[in-house]
Write a protein that binds this ligand. Structure first.
Ligand code: ADE
Length: 234
């Protein structure tokens, strides 16, 4: 699977792949990463990529010309490239998006800096627009990495053990049950005794109960969703 990062700040993105599980996937040619800097496509004298906002407003907005040229070229080279824009003004990115997008062959992330990207670029080129949360980052690069990471671990071969994908938080709306490692007793704090007895059906029920507890505490709306779905399935 190929990821293209359209960004003015390749350094920010690049560093992530130098030391992560994704590095191994890149070495094994399961993932391939490409960078494109819109500045290299600017037709202005000083390779300008931004300007003040028409109609007023603070900050600089990324001009359409360099991005139109980048994205035209990308689409010409690969008509099936899936173009994702990152902005806080968008639908929230979720685990089911990560799973769905893992089936694509080529995703390009377009990151805005400054006050954002000229809306005409988004209107013309975006296949999808995502926000990673209700807060404002200084640019879309971190958001594109978050999505790239969440998508990549659903690409076959990226994680060593695909079991770890099947029982994760959000797979069934619930947050995952707590995990414990060794030793069984650490500074007088023991792991739940049921985990030690080897009765897998009992362990499963306990994990479900703990998972519901965690969800009720941290994300009550998710528990409601889970229960509603379950009652429809009956
Ligand atoms: N760019 C700035 N803030 C963002 C956010 N919350 N999500 C995606 N892109 C962004």
């Amino acid at each position: 699977m190929k990821f293209t990062f359209v960004t003015l700040f390749q350094n920010i993105v690049e560093g992530y792949f130098e030391d992560s599980i994704l590095k191994r996937a890149i070495q094994k040619n399961i993932l391939c990463i490409e960078y494109i800097n819109p500045r290299d496509f600017s037709s202005s004298k000083h390779n300008k990529v931004d300007d003040t906002a028409v109609g007023g407003g603070a900050g600089m907005v990324m001009n359409p010309q360099p991005l139109y040229d980048v994205l035209n070229e990308l689409k010409t080279k690969d008509k099936d490239v899936h173009l994702i824009f990152l902005t806080p003004v968008a639908k929230p990115f979720r685990q089911n998006d990560a799973k769905r997008l893992a089936k694509k062959n080529h995703i390009a992330f377009v990151s805005g800096r400054y006050e954002g990207i000229d809306e005409r670029v988004i209107e013309k080129y975006a296949d999808e627009v995502f926000s990673i949360g209700d807060y404002i980052l200084t640019g879309g690069e971190l958001a594109s990495l978050v999505i790239c990471d969440a998508v990549s671990r659903n690409v076959s071969g990226v994680l060593g053990n695909s079991d770890s994908l099947s029982i994760e938080s959000f797979e069934n709306e619930l947050l995952e049950a707590p995990s414990f490692s060794k030793p069984k007793n650490y500074e007088n704090n023991c792991v739940p005794s049921e985990y030690l007895k080897g009765n897998h059906s009992k362990i499963r029920s306990l994990k479900l109960a703990l998972s519901e507890c965690k969800t009720k505490f941290f994300r009550p709306e998710q528990l409601l969703k889970h229960r509603t779905r379950k009652s429809y399935e009956k």
